[in-house]
Unconditional design. Structure first.
Length: 120
């Protein structure tokens, strides 16, 4: 099973604001292991963050691990078949490993974002 996971990135860390990152780090995951790491910079003519979900869907991304994300962006990602995890903070490699170890399940986007995650 091959899944692509995208993380909005700046300076090797999950960038807090989904639509304003420098680029997306995209991991190809197969059977729970990272098979490939690539970088996707938004095109100059991208417009606004509402265009990002379609661009990620065109790259076959199925999961986004984000810091902060707006309701509209999250719903557009879900519309394009992309599962959203939010409140992911820290180094990109640490976050992808937490995802692979099923440590981000309480960060899944639900209830249109009105239910805040409690940090424990």
């Amino acid at each position: 099973m091959n899944t692509k996971v995208a993380i909005p990135t700046r300076n090797g860390k999950v960038y807090e604001q989904f639509g304003h990152c420098d680029y997306f780090t995209i991991y190809s995951i197969e059977w729970g292991k990272i098979m490939r790491e690539e970088y996707f910079r938004m095109p100059e003519n991208c417009g606004n963050s509402a265009n990002i979900p379609l661009l990620l869907a065109q790259k076959d991304v199925k999961i986004v691990l984000a810091g902060k994300i707006g309701i509209d962006e999250a719903e557009l990602l879900i519309f394009h078949g992309i599962k959203v995890f939010w409140n992911c903070i820290g180094n990109v490699k640490e976050i992808i490993n937490k995802y692979l170890n099923s440590e981000l399940s309480n960060h899944e986007w639900k209830d249109k974002g009105f239910c805040r995650i409690s940090e424990s």
